[in-house]
Design a protein around this ligand. Sequence first.
Ligand code: PGA
Length: 240
Amino acid sequence: MKIIRAKDYNDMSRKAANIISAQVIMKPDSVLGLATGATPVGTYKQLIDWYKKGDIDFSEVTTINLDEYRGLPKTHSQSYWYYMHENFFNHVNIPENKIHLPDGSNLNSEAACEEYEEIIRKAGGIDLQLLGIGTDGHIGFNEPGEAFELLTHCVDLTQSTIDSNQKFFGDEEMPRQAYTMGIKSIMQARKVLMIVNGESKADIIERALFGRVTPEVPASVLQMHPDFTIIGDEAAFSKI
Ligand code: PGA
């Protein structure tokens, strides 16, 4: 495990973008596992900036996102497909046919999840997986208690996730389920890069990195990953 200390959110984002950029320069046809949420927005912004300056070329890159709400069409403003296009894909040159997210519009969960694992297999596995972490230690939509051996599967969202995300859906009722890469799919990535910022993550970072490896703290499994790097700002690392 490599722990990289960053001064603040911008510094964290730049350092993460540097690692992703180095990956793509060293292996132009890299398979990048990508994440949504508030944390990676700055990393994507920095990558877009370097792309616009001509410093990085994504034309051979394949992307595989962690998760998607079940039952949302791609074009819904709260879908992760939409988030990824708004925050990253619309601004760089990744070919659309190399962009992958679970198909939230396919209500046949078994078929949607099997299809996604097949996409990961056909791509040759993930070279570098970018991850955030939830305050409860979740990675992707793998909530506490989720078995480590799962591949892509359908999850029931926890009440706390529903409570915190309902506001983004306004009057519309938000989905109650999501498709997510499982812990096993994440652990199969050749490199894992976690980014974390803010004081609200300080406690869980201490538990995830130095506590017991347990499904109760899904991110703790990363202690066992052979090539795991975490970049955090001072607030997130204030307890380690
Ligand atoms: P956040 O989400 O980046 O919005 O904090 C992280 C996560 O839940 O994985």
